[in-house]
Each structure stands twice: as structure tokens, then as C-alpha cells.
Design a protein around this ligand. Sequence first.
Ligand code: C5P
Length: 301
Amino acid sequence: MTVAALDVSTFAFTEAAPAKVNLYLHVTGRRADGYHLLDSLVVFAGAGDVLHYQPGPEPLHLHITGRFGRVLDASAAGADNLVIRAAQALQALGGAQAHVQGGTLVLEKKLPVASGIGGGSADAAAALRLLDRAWNVQASRADLLALAQTLGADVPVCLLSQTMRMEGIGEELTPAPHLPECGMVLVNCGQAVSTPEVFRRRAGAFAPRATMPQSWANLADVMAFIEQQGNSLEQAACEVCPPVAHVLADIGGQEGCLMARMSGSGATCFGLFATPQAARQAADRLEDAHSAWWVWGGGLV
Ligand code: C5P
């Protein structure tokens, strides 16, 4: 099937892959294998990639479309793609009741690549959810989470796609109080940032584990808590990608912005606002001022 002939509106299965945002991210230690121990409050934004699947007799294959599909080269849709690796891992897990099929997967890449908001991890997690349903694998939550972990540190939290406290290297997940209604702006300057490089450059003492409240009375409560936390990777990301500092200043300068921070290992930064509408208005202004930036505004999942 040629890309031009792909009409995803006729596809049988669709799954959203929402962007993950680290409201704070503390690097609390380092394991002997080099992976870093984290403490993070993770939320999911209304922005995201979308995965479509049409079962068929042909071997399973992936097309990548969308604004950021174009920045990936042809090899990105090959066997190394996390979506294909997720499908193969799920196939291996499927028991007698599974109805594993081939067919066409289409990944609409709406999120910038290598940008600290999940991207590939969210795509892999969406593939696990979608194909578990489509193939009737009926994998347990524990099995899916274990499988997710083999695909990447952020894949387990993306599998759940709900507000979570994330610890360990990403595999220790505990429910965190859902945020009161608020708005979020996401901004990426267009420079891909290598996660391993940012972790390598991180310097200084490890941060402590945060003391998280059991619940939030209101948004001011959330802000007061997050204000006291930080992102241990922000400085290293600014060295690798200097525009991050500019992006943070521009988001923070927007009317109604309650706080601006970087997510994950960057370079995407976020701003929190009182309402999704206020966030959309700020996003419109930022987009007008910086046509080369990727800007999104809206609410949380
Ligand atoms: O697990 P994932 O492939 O997403 O991680 C990419 C890289 O980021 C790892 O190879 C490692 O260098 C770094 N990383 C880390 N500690 C984490 C997560 C990622 O050092 N908790």
C-alpha cells in the first residue's frame, strides 16, 4: 500500500499516544549499570501521536506520517522502531487465546522527536494497548508493564497514561493525586536532544526524593509544591541545547503563566496555566512570535 493510499479513517483500530510531561524530575542516584534513579511527577497532555491499525494477511508493517514523520528517515519505520519491537514482544507474550495478525500500522507523528515528552515511548505504549485489544491477547496489567519496561524506561508510565509518581529508573509507579483542572503549553525549539547525552552531562549532587502531598486542595497547592522541586536535567539540557533557556523565558513571560519548566531530558518545555483556554491563547501568541517552534496549548488528559 502506498502512503498516498492510506486512509486511516477506514482502519479498524486507533489509539492515542499522549505526551508525557515531567512536572518535576529529580535524579536521586545512579545504578551500577549507569541508569539513573529518578523521582518524578508525570502527567499527560492532550497533545499526542496517534497509532492506527488495520489487520490484514500481509506481514505487519509500519508507515510513519504527520508533521514529525517527515523528519524521520526511511529506516525509522523498520524493525528497530519501538512500535514494531512492542508488537513483536506482545506477539511473543500472546497465549493460545491471542489472535495475532499481520496488517498495516500507521503512526501519525504529531510530537517532536527526541524531545523529552515521551514520543517513542508513548508510541510503544500505544502499540501495546492497541494490539493487546486487536489481537485479544488479554495480557495482565503486570505482564504488560513488565514488557513495557524492556522497551524503555518511560514506556511503563506511558502504558498507564495517567498522573503517576515515577521512581526507580521508571518502573516504580504509584498513583499520584490528579491535578485540578488547568492548562498547559508545550514548546519545542526544533532541536532534537539525546537523552543519554543529557544524563551524561548532568553534574552536581543527587537531588532528594520529594515529599508529595496526598491530595491537592486547588491549583495553588500544586504550584506551591512544584515550585519547591526542579528538573535535575535542565542545566545539562541547556548546555546541549542553548535555546531551552530562551524558550523557558518566553513561556514564563506569557500572561497567565503560573510556572515554566523543562520536561524530561528536554528540549520541550511546558507552562502551566489556570485553564486550557488561557493556555491555548498563550500558545497562539507564542506560535505567532516563533513560526519555527512547535507549540501546543490545551488541557491535561
Ligand atoms: O530507557 P531509554 O531507552 O528510554 O533510555 C535512554 C537512555 O537514557 C539510557 O540508555 C540511559 O543512557 C539514559 N537513562 C538513564 N536513566 C534513566 C532513563 C534513561 O540514564 N532512568
